[in-house]
Design a binder for this molecule. Structure first.
Ligand code: ADP
Ligand code: MG
Length: 590
């Protein structure tokens, strides 16, 4: 049954919605269905923006208004063809989204919601007060749409077009989410550090999600104008923007199909309540808003993932069929010759307020070396890692990669130059499979964008990406777990998965922050074998580790840190023999 639903669920749903107008369904239900389709188009954008990317917009109703008013104004005042007004409305919405996004999306989370509220209020206020937009009366007499000489009217004909748009949008969105760009968007919710370290410009993808959501809202508005044949400010007010958000949350944050569930429930239940509540309460008024308010609190408390997961039990996500056998390997980079000076850490310093976390530390890594960075907790090892990889900015000092200064570069640029890393506190996308997580590591070795994903022109490259991800998982002995959700793995395998993800970038220098922490003895042995194999292949490694035996057996040289200072640098034997190290590190740990 699940397999059957998976295969035929969408085509069956699409067919029903598209032929509905031809069936003897009462006009009332066609109208309801039109509203649901119009809402779903907007809610789909919010599923991407809020549900998947974790960015909240209260201003979608304003974008709907842009589409609707552009259509109404150009058609009624200037007699412009509706297909041109669609283009104009969407272009205006994109421009507005780009401006709002460029200002707010680089800042931390709260600025976008605030900006969308301001945008929603300002736009609604303008619509209601501008003479040429008809003030509160709006614009009347919007013509109906014609398609192939056929008048679509404002009922059954238009229903087909609206649902066609909604279904195509849903299909495009679910394709997008299952792609290189989609994985980048799905990575946005869990902070930007990991995504940026994989070479992803998180700002670009936030902006993309915001623009797509605005486009969908404007298209819905354009359809709305030709359905109502009139526009006025009320349907585009801030309250409606909150209602759209409610639809996306109710249906299921991050679930494409949840947008339809949410839109249908809000429309149908809202309508019933509008009739029922005044009768029950004995007075007139819009009480359904109060009920929605209560329901949204309940949903957020008891079903934070919305209602779709309850349906999804019968409609589980398909496991990816292994279709990448024999896919061509991804492009590789040119690696330095063994012994070449690879990384030059030159008197780097990091101060956090008054605390000197890294105090003018210097060391070098030559190509093909495994260098260990050890020291007690709080010595500044992870901070040093973050300085090298651009996660933190240098207070002072220089970092050079093959002679090229990389201090001050954003971490995605450093990743592009061949430095890849894992994190002491594992950073993965729990809702993605192990394979998809590892594919994220090969982001910079691929190119497909959002549009080619929606059109499914990216499949050949996707196969190459997954072949690479599987190859790296095989390398660390995790191929059997590739279809599991990364969030379900134990800590040990999660750490190994991070190594596979870093390897997928074809790095010149690999930085591992406590890779053996949380691993069982056998897993540690396997990891050591992998690292030796990597060294044999010429990989250069910087390794932060607590397990002394693990480091001693593996490294060529060791840098010991204490309280931000470099205590000593030498071969494992020299370090082990040093009294200072014994006092600082071994004495306290062993
Ligand atoms: P290690 O990895 O060697 O255990 P860290 O580099 O994580 O040590 O930390 C070094 C010191 O810097 C610690 O005292 C830690 O509390 C401090 N520190 C690390 N990150 C920050 C930060 N973002 N803000 C303030 N202090 C920090
Ligand atoms: Mg650390």
């Amino acid at each position: 049954m699940p397999a059957l639903l998976r295969r035929w669920g969408f085509p069956a749903f699409a067919l029903v919605m598209l032929v509905l107008p031809a069936l003897p369904v009462p006009d009332f239900w066609i109208t309801e269905s039109i509203y649901i389709g119009l809402y779903a188009i907007v809610a789909l954008g919010l599923v991407l923006l809020t549900g998947v990317a974790g960015l909240t917009s209260f201003g979608q109703a304003a974008f709907v208004g842009v589409g609707a008013y552009t259509a109404a104004f150009l058609a009624t005042k200037l007699g412009v063809s509706p297909w041109l007004t669609l283009f104009a409305g969407v272009a205006l919405a994109i421009a507005a989204a780009l401006v709002l996004g460029a200002i707010t999306l680089r800042m931390s989370g709260h600025y976008l919601p605030l900006a969308t509220i301001a945008w929603g209020l300002a736009l609604n206020y303008s619509m209601a007060n501008m003479e040429w937009l008809g003030k509160y009366d709006g614009l009347l007499g919007v013509p109906t749409l014609h398609l192939f000489g056929h008048d679509l009217g404002a009922g059954r004909g238009l229903h087909v077009l609206i649902w066609l748009v909604a279904l195509v949008a849903a299909l495009a969105l679910s394709r997008l989410l299952d792609s290189r760009a989609g994985r980048a968007i799905r990575a946005l919710k869990d902070g930007s550090t990991m995504a940026e370290a994989m070479g992803i410009s998180t700002f670009r993808y936030k902006l993309l999600a915001f623009v797509i959501a605005a486009m969908l809202a404007a298209i819905s508005g354009w359809l709305f104008a030709h359905f109502q044949r009139t526009v006025n400010p009320t349907p585009f007010a801030l309250g409606k923007g909150i209602e759209y958000l409610f639809m996306a949350v109710l249906g299921g944050v991050g679930q494409v199909w949840g947008a339809f569930v949410g839109s249908a429930l809000v429309r149908i239940v809202g309508d019933q309540l509008q009739v029922l509540l005044p009768r029950l309460l004995g007075t007139s008024g819009s009480f359904e808003g109060v009920v929605f308010g209560i329901v949204i609190v309940l949903v957020l408390k008891y079903a934070p993932d919305g209602l779709w997961p309850f349906f999804a039990r019968w409609w589980p996500a398909p496991a990816r069929t292994r279709d990448w056998g024999g896919a061509a390997p991804l492009p590789t980079r040119e690696h330095p010759a063994r012994g070449e000076l690879l990384l030059d850490v030159d008197a780097v310093r990091k101060e956090f307020g008054g605390l000197v976390a890294v105090n003018d530390v210097s060391f070098q890594i030559r190509s093909g070396d495994i260098v260990g960075l050890i020291g007690p907790n709080g010595a500044g090892k992870s901070t040093t890692f973050n300085l090298i990889t651009g996660v933190l900015s240098l207070t002072r000092g220089h970092v050079r990669l093959r002679g090229r200064p990389i201090g001050g570069l954003p971490s995605r640029e450093i990743a592009r130059l061949g430095v890849s890393r894992t994190f002491q506190h594992v950073k993965l996308i729990p809702g993605m499979t192990v394979l998809e997580n590892v594919a994220l590591g090969a982001y910079l070795r691929s190119h497909s964008g959002a549009l080619s994903a929606m059109l499914r022109l990216d499949r050949a490259e996707e196969r190459r990406l997954f072949a690479e991800a599987e190859r790296q998982l095989e390398r660390i002995g995790m191929a059997a777990q590739m279809n599991e959700l990364a969030g379900n793995l134990a800590l040990g395998p999660q750490r190994l998965m991070e190594i596979a993800r870093a390897l997928a970038s074809d790095p010149t220098l690999l930085l591992l922050d406590e890779p053996a922490a949380g691993l069982r003895h056998q897993e540690k042995q396997a990891l050591a074998a992998v690292l030796r194999q990597l060294k044999a292949e010429g990989m250069s490694l910087l390794l932060v580790e607590h397990d002394m035996d693990f480091v001693m057996g593996l490294t060529d040289r060791i840098v010991v840190m204490e309280f931000g200072n470099r205590l000593i640098e030498g071969t494992p034997d020299e370090v082990q023999a040093s009294p200072a190290v014994r006092a600082a590190y071994l004495g306290t740990e062993h």
